[in-house]
Design a protein around this ligand. Structure first.
Ligand SMILES: *[C@@H]1O[C@H](CO)[C@@H](O)[C@H](O)[C@H]1NC(C)=O
Ligand SMILES: *[C@@H]1O[C@H](CO)[C@@H](O)[C@H](O)[C@H]1NC(C)=O
Ligand SMILES: *[C@@H]1O[C@H](CO)[C@@H](O)[C@H](O)[C@H]1NC(C)=O
Length: 508
């Protein structure tokens, strides 16, 4: 298929034709204008640009500065009104995160770097933990595994408690998204089994429904910076490996109370996340499917005017994934995911199997092609089966950039501002500060990106004053924003949830 790009003429963010040798058809209304660039002309332009270029260092600083102020301006263009705070219901679960430096913890418990990087669906002993870490740490791919050995998990938690520099924070997809949305001004209903202490640390605008438990679930977050070493292994980018041994979250035990409360809460948006806590959990036969069936009914009984967002996660359990694909995904209008989760989901939709590891630093063109395919496949399946809601929104967060596609004429507003906000949130979260410090930021997106891997595809230059590029294709709008990548990492865990939630807030 040929991808035709239609600049959005009403928006200020017009696509400027790139100075390439390609012939491009840029359509304005009905009249197509074909612009051809001669090789000679672009050569002259490159030379001219080279001469006019100030010293590298200045350009870089000035460039970052302009990108930041432009992103901030784009974010501010769409604010929440104080009169009508969006109402968001979020399920399910939450936990306490203990955040430690992964390599320091493994050294402390005396775990030697495994010479055999291996992936395991779940972890039964220390050797499998070492092999799993050796598998995901070098490429720097986010991953999350269930530990099916209480002794081992308690040992790890105890060791983490004693580790200098450890931190505790609220965790779990649903709970983190709930906090982010509350902090951004939404009224939030969260379905989770929490202890009173955990409920106390939540922002006020969150109402928690679910069972009160004494000991909330604990997740152990093994963070590592870019370039960290563990024996013969070096991490290519900052990320984390998460292990947990949940007792409450996999059962979605708050679902009933959540459903009862939902009727009066009248949410504008319902968010479903935290489903990966069911991944490789030792359920009794049929138990998991029954839970997801209940969830499907809950989604079906919700009003059609209410949007449903599903947040993907690091899934490896094919049984769980196929149930999610059958029962939950078709009931969502909007999907959020990272660069690992996108190819994984796509592979399953194409009838393939789980992909464990994908490029942790994919190009824009690759991700956009995958998003287009996801959008088309899902919507075709839904049309063919005559059931489910059309998929009208996909948000993919990667280290280098944010990309959102939204069906034109759907309920989602402010896509350009939402993409900018998602991008800013990535830096704020990873650097651990709401104020972005440019000495801790860098752009890793190239000067321009291609909109598709197809030969002859248009390139879009990254313009510092208009860093968010938006355009129309088919029946949807695409927006891409570069991320000011944080170079002094405070925390990566919870990044995707904060980013996804921040993007959603402006689109409700
Ligand atoms: C569980 O972990 C403990 C502590 O590391 C270990 O001694 C034990 O062998 C493990 N159990 C199994 C079934 O692997
Ligand atoms: C992300 O969410 C967590 C949990 O609510 C919070 O502690 C953290 O500060 C958030 N990050 C940002 C950038 O707000
Ligand atoms: C920005 O980051 C640099 C490098 O870490 C630090 O020295 C400086 O104090 C920070 N500036 C502010 C305003 O926090």
């Amino acid at each position: 298929m040929h991808i035709e790009i239609h600049p959005i003429s009403t928006a200020k963010h017009k696509i400027e034709p790139a100075s390439s040798k390609l012939a491009m058809a840029v359509e304005f209304g009905n009249s197509a204008v074909v612009i051809k660039y001669g090789t000679v002309l672009s050569f002259v332009m490159v030379l001219l640009a080279y001469w006019l270029r100030p010293p590298v260092r200045d350009t870089l600083d000035g460039r970052l500065d302009t990108v930041l102020s432009s992103l901030l301006r784009a974010e501010r263009k769409a604010g929440l009104s104080d009169f009508a705070r969006p109402r968001v219901a979020i399920g399910f679960g939450g936990c306490v995160d203990i955040i430690v430096d992964g390599v320091t913890l493994l050294n402390k418990v005396g775990l030697e770097p495994s010479s055999q990087p291996l992936h395991h669906d779940y972890i039964e002993n220390a050797e499998q933990l070492a092999q799993s870490f050796a598998y995901f740490f070098p490429p720097g791919a986010a991953s999350e595994r269930f530990v099916m050995n209480d002794t081992l998990f308690s040992q790890l938690v105890e060791a983490s408690r004693e580790l200098p520099g450890n931190r505790w924070s609220l965790g779990g997809n649903a709970a983190v998204m709930a906090s982010r949305m509350a902090l951004e001004g939404c009224e939030v209903l969260l379905g989770a089994d929490f202890s009173p202490e955990l409920t106390d640390v939540l922002p006020q605008q969150i109402t928690v429904v679910g069972n009160v438990v004494e000991e909330p679930d604990i997740h152990l977050i093994l963070e590592y910076p870019s370039g960290a070493t563990w024996g013969q292994y070096t991490s290519k980018r900052a990320n984390r490996f998460i292990v947990h041994s949940d007792d409450h979250n996999p059962y979605l035990a708050s679902m009933e109370a959540f459903e009862r409360k939902l009727k009066d809460f009248h949410p504008d948006l319902l968010v479903v996340g935290g489903m990966q806590m069911m991944d490789n959990f030792p359920f009794r036969k049929g138990e998991r499917e029954a839970l997801l069936d209940r969830l499907a009914q809950l989604l079906d009984s919700s009003s059609p005017g209410m949007g449903v967002h599903f947040e993907m996660a690091s899934f490896v359990d094919e049984g769980l994934l196929s149930e999610l694909l059958r029962l939950v995904l078709p009931r969502a209008d909007s999907l959020g995911m990272n660069e690992q989760e996108l190819p994984n989901l796509l592979s399953l939709l194409r009838g393939g199997s789980v992909t464990l590891l994908s490029d942790p630093n994919p190009r824009v063109a690759t991700v956009l092609d995958q998003m287009r395919e996801l959008y088309r496949l899902v919507n075709r399946q839904r049309r063919d089966s005559g059931s489910g809601r059309p998929l009208t929104r996909v948000h993919v967060h990667t280290l280098a950039f944010q990309a959102i596609i939204v069906t034109r004429g759907s309920q989602w507003k402010n896509t350009m501002s939402a993409t900018a906000k998602a991008s800013l949130t990535a830096n704020r979260h990873v650097c651990g500060s709401p104020d972005i410090n440019l000495s801790k930021a860098k752009l890793i997106l190239d000067e321009s990106f291609s909109v598709s891997r197809r030969e002859g595809s248009q390139r879009i230059p990254l313009q510092e004053t208009r860093p968010v590029s938006c355009w129309h294709e088919d029946d949807y709008e695409v927006c891409v924003a570069p991320v000011l990548v944080c170079t002094e990492v405070y925390q990566t865990a919870g990044g995707g949830d904060n980013i996804s939630a921040a993007g959603l807030v402006l689109q409700i």
